[in-house]
Design a protein around this ligand. Sequence first.
Ligand code: CJB
Length: 776
Amino acid sequence: MYHLTHTQGRGPEFATVFDWRLAVSYTIRDLIVTPWMAGHRTSRDNKLKRVYYLSMEFLIGRILGDAIINLGLDHQMDEALESLGLNRTQILEDEPDAALGNGGLGRLAACFMESLSSLGVPAFGYGIRYEHGLFRQRFAAGQQVETPEDWLNQPHPWEFVRVDYSYTIGFKGEVETVDGHSVWLPGESVVARAYDTPVIGWQANWANTLRLWGAQPTNLFDLHRFNAGDYAAAAEPEALARTLSRVLYPDDTTDQGKELRLKQEYFLTSAALQDIIRRFVAEHGEDLAHLPDKVAIQLNDTHPAIAGPELIRLLMDEHDLPFAQSLDLARRTLNYTNHTLLPEALERWSIWLMGHVLPRHLQIIRMIDEDHRKSTGRPANVSIIDHDEVRMGELAFIMAGKVNGVSALHTDLVRSTVFADLHKLHPDRIVNLTNGVTPRRWLRMSNPPLARLLDKTIGTGWTGDLDLLKGLAPYADDGGFLDELRAAKRQNKVALSNGLLADLGINADPEAIFDVQVKRMHEYKRQLLNILETIALWHRIHESPNGDWTPRLKIFGGKAAPGYWTAKTIIHLINDVAKTINDDPVTSQFLKIAYPPNYNVSMAEKLIPAADLSEQISTAGKEASGTGNMKFTMNGALTIGTLDGANVEIRELVGPDNFFLFGLTAAEAETEKAKPGHARAAIEKSDDMKIALQLIAEGRFGRPEHYYALLDRTWNDDPFLVASDFDSYYRCQRSVDSAYADHGHWDRMSALNIASSGFFSSDRTIRGYMETIWHV
Ligand code: CJB
């Protein structure tokens, strides 16, 4: 009530849901501030080493519900809201998602921030305060339409603006030599201003800061031009600066090759490093030789890889250290996580662009390259500069103390493929840290029915120590427990069905298998395989409509990068197929498709707890890890998947009998792909796949000309081996049907999946980083 009156300036009789949500958020924020400040004091007074996580993406989602859970106030909050006549769901759902990320990489950063706080590790996350997060997706005639996202179009109650922490970031200009020193005279500059969001850990013992940088002009506007009446031109400096933090690049894996993107990356990195050095000097004095003892910096993918040359520049040009020492200090401070092997995702910038935007950094990159080549005996293929391009992956590797992959398989492939030559030179540098997700958001908060059952069965300790889920294993043979597990799942399925009916008009039977594939739309993730299997199944049901079919609801969710034509065509196809199948009275009791638009973190929180089957069907060797796969497992869904990314570890832990495996291995996929005509040969052998493609070509699902290019690609190219894996996938899906028909058996498998999922807590991952990389 205090914040409603004094912060929102509204009396309860006039207050809207929005006013109440803000009042509740400020009340909760007040409770976070105390541990937050205590944590800062403890870190400073004890001169603790800090972790700094640099990421172009933090896919946070909503904050309020998560904060309430971590403060342990969910019951009290319910009572308080009820006494005010308010509805908790309505309040929570009024909050817009902070969608400052595209997919797994950004969501991982958000989970890591939460785990760092839960474990009480002094840490800062550094990112960009994008005015517009990931675009909103809607469908028009089945096709994706993007509109801007505008989460900051209303007050954001969680942040504190820090006008006193502002840093100048330069671009372009010249490098001059003055008294034997290189001096960079930037031609442009902007100011990075800090906006802090506290991230509260489990049980509110500790809170860290997510510091996001917003761009400001160095001069607010040109008064001279303003006075001359040229108002638009007068505002130009502001508009230009703001562009830097205006939009999140809506691309998951491809290098935009844009000057703005490079500038954004440098903007984040330089602001963060200036802030880190300022704090170090304030706490430990001017002797930067001790930097690696107090600072561990993690680069989330190559996006902030300019950190290597920037840290050297700051140490050398601004703090007068020699190059060799600066290089050594930087390398002992920086670490790099690789998140993908897809060649198009490993950033490269033309030498021209690098020299144009960051001329001093290009000089330093050449010095790093030369030093590395000299010290390693000038081997071939490991240079940072190659074919007139700066290779950011190589730069990140060479400048890192440790380089890590994100699942066991991925790390092996990092060693044997993209960085094979560098790995030979530095055999101890690459380590594995399999990803994880926070069980607070992804289990306790998003799945109350299951959380209650777990509390009742094994106690509440699992939330902070997910390994305790092992205690559930004995209950896998307890009929009473399995009935309750089924009831909890059913409750989530009913809630989802109600939502789908209200939002999409789809009438889903909660008894059906809820089969969910939610993730970014990408060919390697193979949503195409899933929809082709759906078509083939539909055709089979038509052939024997009186057969003993297990009812299924196929749920898809995901956005395609706006410029990714094939992914957008697959979205169109799914929607076209959904329309035909959902309207078919012959099959509708057995098969339906739902594709709710605008998949985001909040939607994931509803879909995952309601899923029976988790689709993790990427071409083996292509998905670095996956983290959705882990969330589904924790929530009791069974996985149908390939031996890819963390699926491999999920299957090992839950046991092969409790996992639906299909498809080629990574090695087999490589061999298969090398065979000329592999797709055509596989399709010719598969009646089901052939009929599915034929039905599309015949126009059974909308105008076939929309799909000719996709069909042609599938028959003649098929780079992600949909055809080669089709029959294996189709057969595996039928084994899912029969397993699901046996409730007791299915529920037992589900219980064993949950019991084995403790390893996938991001607390375990963060502990791994602490031990093997950060030494905190
Ligand atoms: N990933 O989300 C992204 N974006 C990229 O640009 C590159 C990789 C994903 O990162 C996740 C977190 O490590 C992985 O689980 C996922 O496999 C990978 O595609």
